[in-house]
Design a binder for this molecule. Structure first.
Ligand SMILES: NC(=O)c1ccc[n+]([C@@H]2O[C@H](COP(=O)([O-])OP(=O)(O)OC[C@H]3O[C@@H](n4cnc5c(N)ncnc54)[C@H](OP(=O)(O)O)[C@@H]3O)[C@@H](O)[C@H]2O)c1
Length: 236
């Protein structure tokens, strides 16, 4: 599986040059019933040790890794590749109001995180986060105040980010899928039933009303978990 991903990502620079945006991998861990947390803000250990290592290998193959501010506040992740040898990806946090805590572990990385934000963010807050090593990136807002992800992808493309791994949480997963910009999906599916926070929050459909279907599917056991990979016709 990792060799397939490596081969696909070796084309990411060409993809970014053609489309102007990074090649996007959506990757997260879910239970058999599609839960990614016990409830919003209550993290849950889902992947086994082998799948965790696989996830770190995936991270090392991408230029950048993205999560929403909900995940930073809930899980305080490091988003590094500490279980394998390889480069840490550039961290990107989607955070329209700059709620990233100054104590967040992502601020301790060697390269500070990029905070995709909007004009609604407080200027003093931006300066405090900059002093902690972060780089706020002001972008257009959607009508609900959230960051315009299309504008973010254009900005990342212009910053020479060839490949982007999107790890969650639920709102971010839903927004990326709804926007049609995901190129490949790589899920860890653990043998758990949780009845918790669903990975995808609202119905997704193509313009013809069909659900999104993965192509070129592969499935591999990974310890007690399954890794499922497939491609979506990303619209860039
Ligand atoms: N199992 C896994 O692999 C996995 C991975 C990651 C997270 N999780 C779980 O997911 C949960 C967090 O998910 P979540 O849905 O609460 O938060 P999230 O998806 O991490 O972040 C969502 C927040 O991002 C901001 N945002 C800005 N622009 C956005 C846009 N265009 N689309 C979507 N969000 C945008 C919004 O906050 P503002 O309005 O403040 O900007 C929004 O509430 C946690 O419980 C965590 O444990 C699980």
């Amino acid at each position: 599986m990792i060799e397939t991903v490596r081969a696909v990502l070796s084309q990411a620079a060409d993809y970014r040059r053609q489309v102007g945006r990074p090649y996007i991998t959506l990757s997260y861990a879910q239970s058999l019933d599609g839960s990614i947390a016990r409830r919003r803000g209550a993290p849950l250990a889902i992947s086994g040790p082998m799948a965790q290592q696989f996830t770190h290998q995936l991270r090392a193959l991408h230029d950048a890794i993205l999560v929403g501010i909900g995940t930073v506040i809930s899980d305080n992740p490091r988003l590094t590749v500490r279980l394998v040898t390889g480069p840490n990806p550039q961290v990107v946090i989607v955070d329209s109001q700059l709620r990233t805590p100054l104590s967040a572990q992502v601020l301790r990385a060697e390269r500070g995180p990029w905070l995709a934000t909007t004009a609604a963010a407080d200027r003093g807050r931006a300066q405090a986060l900059e002093r902690s090593g972060a780089r706020p990136v002001p972008l257009p807002a959607l009508p609900n105040g959230w960051v315009d992800l299309g504008a973010l992808l254009d900005w990342l493309g212009a910053a020479d980010v060839n490949s982007l791994m999107v790890e969650g949480g639920s709102r971010i997963i839903t927004s990326f899928l709804a926007q049609g910009s995901v190129n490949q999906v790589i899920l860890t599916i653990a043998p758990l039933l949780v009845g918790g926070l669903r990975a995808v929050e609202s119905p997704l459909a193509t313009p013809t009303g069909h659900s999104l279907r993965l192509a070129n599917l592969s499935v591999s056991p990974c310890g007690d978990d399954l890794i499922v990979r497939g491609e979506l016709a990303g619209q860039g």
